[in-house]
Design a protein around this ligand. Structure first.
Ligand code: NAD
Ligand code: UDP
Length: 319
């Protein structure tokens, strides 16, 4: 069986985005030939600027809804906006990115006999009735709501991955990622951790949607990237789906208070309407990742938030 350190040619779609850029960095450091493909919708060239002069890194502008002809051994398929404001901006394109993107990347993997990993999401569980969420739970998604372009797109992508596995014997890994945060989130990303930190640093009010009693469980980016790499190197008969996230559950209001304290801000909490179909509770059951991949997050929320605050501080007042 191959080891994590065997040098490989690796394609990362969405590689200039938040998670993708950290993944590219880790793979380049490990000595792999990394091909980063991105259409720069929510990704930025500056996220991978420090890798551009590395001989084993290449950046290509490409939209995964169109076919791609390259030669690689492994594919991490991360291309897709992840923040609700971004994926709802052009919902048709979001579904196309998930579905056509999956078809194109699976077709590429089939031709190359390459291993392929899908960055799926806890959103496949929708607004869940089961808590914490286990991989066996089929979910509760509104198929016609404003989150459906993302949720159903990702669900359909999972279907495609499993059909390519059953029908064509492809080596697949489906990872359901729960809320992950860290440096290189966009300041205007819209997701809760970056919103709260940026608002606190600017001394602005913190916008809580709803009454702030909804929960999420936040995973620091380094832990998640470690998990993705472990999943890629799991035995060929391990397909997932496997949950990855940090089971530490916290309400949105508690998160706001923690951020205010860390930043030392004088921001007030202000309450805004809860967006449609916003899940009430979310927390991963990670027993499968623990037993099958020997993976679990190790970064505490305080440490991860502090690193993220430091990153946004370095970005300066304009953020
Ligand atoms: P992100 O928005 O920072 O990254 C997505 C990247 O994909 C961006 O660089 C964007 O420009 C690129 N992209 C979008 N559409 C594309 C297209 N058609 N062709 C090529 N590139 C395209 O978000 P992220 O948080 O880094 O998320 C990465 C992946 O992980 C996504 O697939 C997302 O669904 C998944 N995920 C993330 C989280 C999280 O909390 N961060 C949770 C669950 C799932
Ligand atoms: N949220 C909030 N204020 C913000 C941004 C988000 O209260 O400024 C809430 C949002 O309604 C949701 C939670 O924080 O309940 C997480 O939102 P995010 O967009 O980060 O991720 P997702 O809803 O996809 O988990």
């Amino acid at each position: 069986m191959e080891t994590i350190t065997d040098s490989k040619r690796i394609l990362v779609t969405g590689g200039a985005g938040f998670l993708g850029s950290h993944l590219c960095e880790r793979l380049v450091e490990a000595g792999h030939e990394v091909l980063c493909v991105d259409n720069f919708f929510t990704g930025r060239r500056r996220n991978v600027a420090h890798l551009l002069d590395r001989p084993n890194f290449e950046l290509v502008r490409h939209d995964v809804t169109f076919p791609l002809y390259v030669e690689v051994d492994q594919i991490y398929n991360l291309a897709c906006p992840a923040s609700p404001i971004h994926y709802q901006h052009d919902p048709v394109q979001t579904t196309k990115t998930s579905v056509h993107g999956a078809i194109n990347m699976l077709g590429l993997a089939k031709r190359l006999k390459a291993k392929i990993l899908q960055a799926s999401t806890s959103e496949v569980y929708g607004d869940p009735e089961i808590h914490p969420q286990t991989e066996g739970y089929w979910g509760r998604v509104n198929p016609v709501g404003i989150r459906a372009c993302y949720d159903e797109g990702k669900r359909c992508a999972e279907t495609l991955f499993f059909d390519y596995w059953r029908q064509h014997g492809l080596r697949i890994k489906v990872v359901r990622i729960f809320n992950t945060y860290g440096p290189r989130m966009l300041p205007n990303d819209g997701r809760v951790v970056s919103n709260f930190i940026v608002q606190a640093l600017r001394g602005e009010d913190i916008t809580i949607y709803g009454d702030g009693s909804q929960t999420r469980s936040f995973c620091y980016v380094d832990d998640l990237v470690d998990g993705l790499i472990r999943a890629m190197h799991s035995a060929d008969d391990f397909t997932g789906p496997v949950n990855m996230g940090n089971p530490g559950e916290i309400t949105v209001a508690e998160l706001a208070r923690k951020v205010i304290e860390l930043v030392g801000a004088s921001s007030r909490l202000i309450f805004r309407p809860l967006p449609e179909d916003d899940p009430l509770r979310r927390k991963p059951d990670i027993s499968l990742a623990q037993t099958a991949l020997a993976w679990q997050p190790t970064t505490s929320l305080e440490t991860g938030l502090q690193r993220t605050v430091d990153y946004f501080k370095q970005q300066g007042t304009g953020l």
